[in-house]
Write a protein that binds this ligand. Structure first.
Ligand SMILES: [Zn+2]
Length: 416
């Protein structure tokens, strides 16, 4: 066996061509740093790809497919693909067992690129594979399409719906998540009630016939969409802990800022609220315990300031979530709401009213022990990929990326 024959056999084997295809020539282009491999069909008889009946060979067409590099040489398969003539279906090109129809990459190459895109940016993958940004983006878009088509309806018992920002300002997308495993069931282009409602009506990704809970924020739009879709909405909707504490935190921060400005005018040097923003917003259990800072901060919270009273309200609300008995939960939330209503701090009174109107859904969340920890962790991962990509100019791309990374889609290329 001479060298060339060994090389041909080697490539036939490593490319997994056998038995239908074989490498018949291997050469390298030193100037371009490329290895070329000519691949031909080794079939003795042909079948029509449409009906499977015996057919005669008509001619061949060349397909150039980029393959995995050979020692840093870009490797290109030049495949002579037979076309056959069927009495019934005319001239038909045969498919190739190692590449998807119409693709310019082999299956191995494309799957490798998809794997790299899981942890790298499109730009970085493009640089490593020496391809253009658009080519890599195209591989990603096709992967998501493939995954979406293979998606089977999953039965969802607990769902969460939330918004996540697309660009700075007020442009949002909405994600629907399966609470069971954090999978993003789908991405919606905005958070409008109409969009969410139509998604629930026609969506193909999930089966909601046995749904127990849908966790969400207290904005009207998600609630409206669920109200219009499910007759038992009043039992399903859960306003989750994170959004409730966010509401209190925002109100508290407004109080602190207002009071800070007044105190600063009176005596800037002795303003007790100076540089205390994070102390107030943090969960008190997570306050820094070193060098007496925690003690110092807790002493501050005992001062007779509106900020301190608002902080105590927030801290009290944060422990009202782990009840086994709904009677006790209801009683304690109502007494907190009474306290808020009489606290004479306008920002907190406003927040209290919102909570009062949504108490039924908060109690649902406590009863069903629903929280959106999974949703929040997915959301922060979404924001991380956004950062990695240095933001997105195109919303559709952002939505595709969310599904690419968190949709648990089966995106691998499968030829034929
Ligand atoms: Zn045919």
């Amino acid at each position: 066996m001479n060298n060339e024959e060994t090389l041909r056999q080697f490539y036939t084997e490593v490319l997994g061509l056998h038995p239908e295809w074989e490498a018949v020539k291997v050469w390298k282009d030193e100037a371009k740093k490329e290895v070329h491999i000519k691949v031909v069909s080794s079939l003795k008889f042909y079948q029509c790809p449409v009906c499977g009946k015996r057919a005669v060979k008509y001619d061949t067409r060349e397909r150039r497919l980029r393959h995995l590099d050979t020692c840093d040489y870009q490797t290109i398969l030049e495949v002579e693909v037979p076309r056959v003539k069927c009495k019934e279906h005319g001239v038909q090109q045969l498919s190739v067992s190692f590449a998807e129809k119409h693709s310019v990459y082999t299956e191995m190459f494309e799957n490798k690129a998809i794997g790299m895109l899981k942890t790298m940016t499109t730009k970085a993958v493009a640089e490593q594979l020496k391809l253009g940004w658009d080519a890599i983006d195209n591989i990603k878009q096709r992967a998501v399409e493939r995954g979406k088509q293979r998606r089977r309806k999953v039965e969802v018992l607990d769902a969460a719906i939330d918004e996540t920002s697309f660009q700075k300002g007020h442009d949002y997308i909405a994600t629907v998540i399966n609470q069971k495993d954090g999978t993003v069931l789908d991405v919606l282009p905005d958070r409008d009630a109409g969009t969410v409602r139509s998604w629930f009506k026609v969506q193909e990704a999930a089966d909601f016939s046995k749904i127990n809970s849908i966790s969400m924020d207290m904005s009207n739009s998600f609630q409206k969409a669920v109200e219009d879709t499910f007759s038992n909405w009043k039992k399903l909707i859960c306003f989750d802990r994170f959004h409730v504490s966010q509401l209190f935190n925002k109100a508290l921060d407004k109080v602190r800022r207002r009071e800070w400005a007044v105190l600063d005018k009176e005596d800037a040097g002795n303003n007790p609220l100076k540089k205390k923003r994070f102390g107030f917003l943090k969960n008190s259990g997570r306050l820094d315990n070193r060098s007496g800072k925690r003690r110092e901060f807790l002493a501050l919270t005992r001062m007779n300031l509106q900020t301190c009273r608002a902080w105590r309200i927030k801290e009290n609300a944060s422990v009202l979530w782990n009840y086994e008995y709904m009677g006790a939960a209801q009683r304690n939330w109502k007494s907190l709401l009474w306290w808020i209503a009489h606290c004479r701090i306008p920002e907190m009174i406003k927040a209290g009213k919102t909570i009062k109107n949504h108490l039924w859904g908060i109690l649902n969340a406590i009863r069903m022990k629903v929280n959106n920890a999974i949703q929040e962790s997915t959301n922060s991962s979404i924001q991380r990929i956004k950062k990695m990509a240095c933001g997105y100019l195109n919303k559709h791309r952002f939505m595709t990326d969310v599904l690419f990374h968190f949709g648990n889609l089966d995106m691998a290329v499968a030829p034929l």
